[in-house]
Design a protein around this ligand. Structure first.
Ligand code: CA
Length: 227
């Protein structure tokens, strides 16, 4: 899952990005509203953390614009404005949740998890495809009764494939959701390597896949297992 942090306090933005990355999310930073609009235009984000007090664009206006551009983007407002009026306005402008500064990072994480969960078509937070079971909140994956030890990127890739099981996912889309902007160039060539190690952990055979199919020149597809 990829998150855009819109926050003009550089140190805070950096700390948030680092914390989110440590928790397995891809995270980009926009220090200005204009920068956020550019990034939203060119990248696919699942969620935006939006500070209301930005130097160039009013946060509430930005929220409204983001909502209009990307109806499915989850927006979590972050601000030191504690007044009820701002909260109500933020929610009216299309925000999905609201967190007042100062806050504990763990609370932000919990809210993000809740929002991403809410976004799922079912209320069941655990993803299940065939004999694979993935719990996004505890970040655990089981194949049958065996717990898989996946590294961060392998987990992100599998989570995305499981959320979209049965659909063909292009390389670009997979990269967009599992990698942050600054990591992209470095990792583009490595997607295959990650898919390879994911298959290895799943005991999957690339030639005769039970789980991850490669569609040459198109992308990947996680089979909807009947097992
Ligand atoms: Ca600010």
């Amino acid at each position: 899952m990829r998150i855009l942090i819109i926050e003009d306090e550089f140190d805070l933005a950096k700390a948030l990005a680092k914390g989110l990355k440590n928790n397995g999310y891809a995270a980009d930073i926009a220090l200005l509203g204009e920068e956020a609009l550019q990034k939203i235009e060119f990248n696919e984000y699942d969620l935006a953390v939006l500070d209301l007090n930005l130097p160039d664009i009013d946060g509430l206006e930005l929220c409204k614009t983001l909502r209009a551009w990307r109806p499915k983007l989850l927006i979590l407002i972050l601000t030191c404005r504690k007044r009820l009026k701002d909260k109500v306005m933020g929610l009216d402008m299309g925000a999905d949740d609201y967190l007042a500064k100062p806050f504990h990072f763990q609370e932000l994480l919990a809210r993000i998890r809740a929002l991403l969960r809410r976004d799922l078509p079912t209320k069941e937070p655990i993803l299940q495809v065939g004999d694979l079971k993935l719990d996004p909140s505890s970040r655990t994956v089981f194949k049958g009764n065996r717990r898989l030890e996946l590294r961060n990127k392998e987990f992100c890739i599998l989570e995305y494939l499981m959320r979209r099981a049965g659909e063909v996912i292009s390389q670009e889309e997979l990269l967009e959701h599992a990698w942050g902007e600054e990591e992209l160039d470095f990792f583009t060539a490595n997607l295959r390597v990650h898919i390879h190690s994911l298959r290895k952990e799943l005991n999957d055979d690339a030639q005769n896949p039970k789980y991850i199919e490669t569609l040459p020149g198109v992308g990947y597809r996680l089979k909807r297992g009947e097992n």
